[in-house]
Every structure is written in structure tokens, then in C-alpha cells.
Write a protein that binds this ligand. Structure first.
Ligand code: ATR
Length: 318
């Protein structure tokens, strides 16, 4: 029987999840289909009630990552730690929520560190780095092909975020997943969010994070004191591509800047960061890795990560 999957959100028009997962299913020889479905806040409950009879699994995106938990039968520890769900599996034991966002983001960071030797003071301008950023070729060692990398278990010499200072911008569903994974892997975290109370709550939830105000002065200071900045807000996403949480003047060479937004591939934030000489990581890697983890949960298979990445890159480069 054909297995059905979907991503739900609002807006959902620009999601590349269907292309990525359908390409993967094809390569894996799985009789499955994956679609995108526009669901507004007020429609979520009704949709989730019916979904278990129709779908094998779902991805959940803005603005439902927290709200969807009300409609699930259980939460995996990844979702509990993040306080948010991006993947639902309709299993024999009911609708179970997972969060693969955090692992995807941190894997992308650590992979970049490893391939670009950021932690050893290497430059982001090498040919290898450019290939990585454009997602065309695998980074040194081909580690993303292996299980170990996808589980974030084994990292080569030094290429981890342990002890690194991360400034996380945002405190929504995506930020929660990243915050808990970053803390779990030993990073020193500071959170900044437009609504400060949400940043404070997230800092309390993950245990040991600082909070800074979302104003230019405070943010500039916090960026200065950080090794890595991650934008986990929707700023810069299509169609409002001119938005950026930071400008060129606030960044510097040697800083690593990652955006979870992957559409457009090079967001205004990444353009500004590049202009400042910072090392940039696009949201594509996080996106591919979170998708790969979701397929493992739904199907119990090892997803063809390179095919997934290639599919996404082809569309984005069009
Ligand atoms: P997600 O689940 O993808 O994280 P979300 O829970 O709706 O989505 O969170 C969106 C995040 O982007 C929040 O941190 C939000 O800030 P608020 O908590 O103040 O709402 C942030 N965000 C969205 N638009 C923004 C904007 N124009 N300026 C600053 N922050 C913004």
C-alpha cells in the first residue's frame, strides 16, 4: 500500500520538502508520496484528527511546531527536550512527535567546522569550502554518507561545538530544538529574541543559557562575544527577503554565521555576513539532515542524503 507523507504549515508554498523526500523515496524504491498542505492555526486540530487515518508521517513547520503537541499521543525525548515537534510518526502506538531540527542544525555546523577547519583557524575561502556551501560536493571525508555523522555521534579531531559560544537569535519552535541540542553537545549559549520573555523562558528550559535584549547595542555586544551566530527566526525568508537580524557592521572575519532559512539560499543575513568576512553556512544542510532523520523515523531506512541535497540544490539554483 502506498504510504502518504506531508509537510503542514502556513505559509507552505515555498517548502522544498516534497521534492526532497519524493526524490529519496524514488531512490530507495519506496512506494510513497509526500505533499505540502497549507494549514492555518485554526485548522490544525481538525486536520490532525483526520491525519492518522491517511498519513504515515508528517513534518510540521511554522507556526505549528509547538501547537501540534496538543494532538499527539506521545513525545520522543528529542521533542520533550526541544519543547517542539517537527516530525510526527503515526505508529502502532499512536501519533508520536519528534524533533530533528536541532540535530540537523548542529550537524551542519560541526560538518562545516570539520570540512573548513574553522576551529583550527582555517579560512572559509578555500575551494573545498565553496563547494560545500553550494552543496554540490560532499565535504572532506564524505562523513555525511555514514550513519555516524547523521547520529552526530563521531566527530573527527576538534570539529565540534563543545566550548564554543553561540548566539541564538529566536525563541520559537526551531530555536528550541537547536538550543537543547547545542547545550547537549557542550556549547555555551546566549539567546536573543524579539519577545524577550520567550528568550528568558527558553533559557530556563534548557538550563544554562544567557539572554540578551533584541536591541542593536546589546546584540552587537553579544555578537562580538560569540564564535557562532545562528538565526532561528523566519526573518529573511521568502517573500520578505530583505529582512535581516544583523548587518555587516555587526559582524567580523572569523565569526561563523548560520541561517536556518534556506529559501532563499543566500539570505540577506548571509550576504551581510559574507560582506563582513564571516564564514557562512546556509540552512540547506540543516534542512537536509532534519529530513534524513525524519525518514529514518518513518521508514527505518538509511536515507540517500546526497540525492536529497542535490535535489534541493538544483531547485534553489534554478
Ligand atoms: P518556528 O517554529 O519556526 O521557530 P515560531 O515558533 O513562530 O516558528 O517562531 C518564530 C521566531 O521568529 C520567533 O522567535 C519570532 O520572534 P517572537 O517570539 O518575538 O515572535 C521570530 N520572528 C519572526 N518574525 C520576526 C521579525 N520580523 N523580527 C524579529 N523576530 C521575528
Amino acid at each position: 500500500m502506498k504510504q502518504k507523507f506531508a509537510v503542514i504549515g502556513h505559509p507552505i508554498g515555498h517548502s522544498l520538502s516534497p521534492d526532497m523526500h519524493n526524490a529519496s523515496f524514488k531512490e530507495l524504491g519506496i512506494d510513497g508520496s509526500y505533499q505540502k498542505i497549507e494549514i492555518k492555526e485554526e485548522e490544525l486540530g481538525e486536520f490532525m484528527k483526520k491525519a492518522k487515518n491517511e498519513f504515515s508521517g508528517l513534518n510540521v513547520t511554522i507556526p505549528h511546531k509547538v501547537a501540534v503537541m496538543d494532538y499527539l499521543d506521545g513525545l520522543d525525548k528529542s521533542a520533550k527536550a526541544a519543547g517542539a515537534v517537527n516530525t510526527v510518526h503515526f505508529s502502532k502506538s499512536g501519533a508520536i512527535g519528534y524533533n530533528t531540527d536541532g540535530m540537523g542544525a548542529i550537524d551542519a555546523l560541526e560538518k562545516a567546522f570539520k570540512s573548513k577547519k574553522i576551529l583550527h583557524g582555517g579560512s572559509g575561502e578555500s575551494a573545498k569550502c565553496k563547494k560545500f556551501l553550494h552543496g554540490v560536493e560532499d565535504a572532506a571525508g564524505g562523513t555525511i554518507k555514514g550513519k555516524n555523522f547523521l547520529h552526530g555521534g563521531e566527530d573527527a579531531a576538534g570539529g565540534t561545538i563543545k566550548g564554543k559560544k553561540i548566539l541564538l537569535i529566536g525563541a520559537g519552535g526551531a530555536a528550541k530544538g537547536i538550543a537543547s541540542e547545542a547545550i547537549m553537545r557542550g556549547a555555551l549559549l546566549t539567546i536573543c529574541n524579539r519577545t524577550k520573555e520567550k528568550a528568558e523562558k527558553l533559557a530556563r528550559d534548557v538550563g544554562k543559557a544567557g539572554v540578551v535584549a533584541f536591541d542593536e547595542k546589546a546584540v552587537t555586544r553579544a555578537v562580538k562575544d560569540s564564535d557562532i551566530v545562528i538565526n532561528a527566526t523566519s526573518m529573511g525568508m521568502e517573500p520578505r527577503t530583505d529582512k535581516t537580524p544583523l548587518t555587516k557592521e555587526q559582524m567580523r572575519p572569523g565569526l561563523t554565521v548560520m541561517d536556518i532559512v534556506y529559501n532563499p539560499l543566500k539570505t540577506q543575513l548571509l550576504k551581510e555576513a559574507e560582506g563582513a568576512g564571516a564564514i557562512i553556512i546556509s540552512g540547506v544542510d540543516m534542512f537536509v539532515f532534519q529530513g534524513a532523520e525524519a525518514e529514518k523515523i518513518w521508514l527505518g531506512v538509511e536515507p540517500p542524503v546526497e540525492t536529497m541535497r542535490k535535489t534541493v540544490m538544483e531547485i534553489l539554483n534554478d
